[in-house]
Design a protein around this ligand. Structure first.
Ligand SMILES: Nc1ncnc2c1ncn2[C@@H]1O[C@H](COP(=O)(O)OP(=O)(O)O)[C@@H](O)[C@H]1O
Ligand SMILES: Nc1ccn([C@@H]2O[C@H](COP(=O)(O)O)[C@@H](O)[C@H]2O)c(=O)n1
Length: 208
């Protein structure tokens, strides 16, 4: 089994990189755990109150549950992944029953900030795109897919996203084994290198 942590700022292209890797590998042997599903649920707060949460600070993530799930999968056990809604800022009622596979990808803005979680990763990756590019992508995506308007995205960016990125996410790049530049349309070379590294690691693990 190989556990890969993929971090990077919002809009850097983590999800896109994961999809490209899945396309290159036998997708059946890969599972993806998204840190986004592990946002803490706060049903006691109103929607207005939940909208004001700083979602870019590590304390907004239920790292204990995330680590418990990654450790269980490494141990060959199945887990029930929570499902999170960006529209309501809350956990959904349903969960995703996830079975262990030979490759486990854990992706999210903060996955390299937690020392114990980093210990569970065999390979640590950071996806890089500069802040202008990430903001442009975030505006487009959040308006199209996450029910936001321009004012919401820009206010969140100024108030919490940018300072948290500088304080927590950018410094976590130092823990990465591989940094993928994702400024141009698609970094096919990086995806190929990554898929090859994964295939080689998997082969060497099975022959040890
Ligand atoms: N290399 C790229 N060039 C242009 N757009 C991209 C690129 N990578 C990702 N995107 C787009 O940017 C947005 C954010 O990408 P996504 O993969 O969701 O980022 P993340 O998961 O890091 O937040 C998506 O709409 C995606 O289609
Ligand atoms: N209810 C929420 C929860 C999180 N966010 C933002 O999502 C970003 C992380 O997701 P990516 O797919 O972009 O990596 C993070 O920057 C949070 O600000 C949100 O807007 N609403």
């Amino acid at each position: 089994m190989l556990v890969i942590g993929i971090a990077g700022g919002t809009g850097s292209g983590k999800t896109t990189v994961v999809h490209n890797i899945l396309r290159d590998l036998n997708a059946e042997s890969v599972i993806v755990i998204s840190q986004d599903n592990y946002y803490k649920d706060q049903p006691e707060l109103s929607f207005e109150e939940r909208s004001k949460i700083n979602f870019d600070h590590p304390r907004s993530i239920d790292f204990e549950l995330l680590k418990e799930h990654v450790a269980a999968l490494k141990n060959g056990e199945s887990v029930s992944q929570p499902v999170y809604s960006f529209i309501t800022h809350s956990r959904q009622d349903e969960t995703i029953l996830t079975h262990p596979q030979s490759v486990i990808i854990v992706e999210g803005i903060l996955v390299l900030t937690d020392a114990d979680l980093r210990e569970l990763f065999d390979v640590k990756i950071f996806v890089h795109a500069d802040s202008d590019e990430r903001l442009i992508r975030r505006v487009r995506r959040d308006i199209q897919e996450r029910g936001r308007d321009l004012d919401e995205v820009l206010t969140r960016y100024q108030k919490t996203l940018k300072p948290m990125h500088q304080q927590f996410i950018e410094p976590s790049k130092n823990y990465a084994d591989i940094i993928i530049p994702n400024m141009k349309k698609k970094n096919s070379v990086a995806i190929k290198v990554l898929s090859t590294v994964i295939k080689e690691k998997l082969n060497s693990k099975t022959t040890v």
